[in-house]
Design a protein around this ligand. Structure first.
Ligand code: PGA
Length: 242
């Protein structure tokens, strides 16, 4: 694991966007694994700026998002598909047909997850997988568990995740209780993994990811075994790593 120290959120976002931009420049047909949440918003803003400046061309890039809430259709404003359109896809020249998010509106979990695994595998897995990290060490929606998950599957969200994500909903009762998420095995198949983290709330999870025992109670700890993982984190998120 390479740990890159960022001064603050803006610095983390610029550094992360620069790495993703380099990937797109080096391989204009690359496959990107993308993440949602508050952490990547600044990274996406920097990518949009680079696109507007004429430095990036996304016309041949394809993307696969990590996860989606169960029960939400693609056009639901709380869905991760909607988030991606709002925060990235609608502002760059990506072909929307090349963007993929698990179909949260399909109640058939087995079929939805199998189909997502099939298309991610067919794409050859991401060249670069962007990840945030949950306060509890989750990646995607792979929550702390007794074993590491494999492929895309349906998860019951933990109370701490529901609580953390409730800030984006009117009421905590509106937060879906389940999600479809890429599994750990799929994430580990990416050629490069880029984890971004900021803020004190992430300090314990970042410490455990980088220096704790590799165990499914901290799903992100498996990334210690990834041959090409970069963590870009700010001062506060690295405060327990000194
Ligand atoms: P956040 O979520 O970026 O909103 O903090 C990260 C995550 O849960 O993976």
């Amino acid at each position: 694991m390479r740990i890159v120290h960022a001064a603050d959120y803006e610095d983390m976002s610029r550094k992360a966007a620069n790495l993703i931009a380099a990937q797109v420049v080096m391989d204009p047909c690359c496959v990107l694994g993308l993440a949602t949440g508050s952490t990547p918003i600044g990274t996406y803003q920097n990518l949009i700026k680079a696109y507007e400046a004429g430095d990036l061309d996304f016309s041949q890039v394809s993307t696969y998002n990590l996860d989606e809430y169960c029960g939400l259709s693609h056009d639901d404003p709380q869905s991760y598909h909607y988030f991606m359109k709002e925060n990235l896809f609608d502002h760059i020249n990506i072909d929307q047909a090349n963007t993929h998010v698990p179909d949260g509106s399909n109640p058939d979990a087995e079929a939805t997850c199998a189909e997502y695994d099939r298309i991610v595998e067919e794409a050859g897995y991401p060249d670069l997988q962007l990840l945030g990290i949950g306060n509890n060490g989750h990646i995607g929606f792979n929550e702390p568990d007794t074993c590491f998950s494999k492929g895309t599957h349906c998860v019951d969200l933990t109370e701490s995740t529901i609580e953390a994500n409730s800030r984006l909903f009117d009421n905590i009762e509106d937060v879906p209780r389940q999600a479809y998420t890429m599994g750990i095995h799929t994430i580990m198949n990416a050629y490069m993994v880029l984890v971004i983290a900021n803020g004190e709330k992430k300090a314990q999870a970042v410490h455990d990811m980088c220096f704790g025992p590799i165990q499914p109670s901290c799903p992100a700890s498996i990334l210690q075994l990834h041959p090409n993982c970069v963590v870009i984190a700010d001062d506060a998120a690295l405060s327990l790593c000194k």
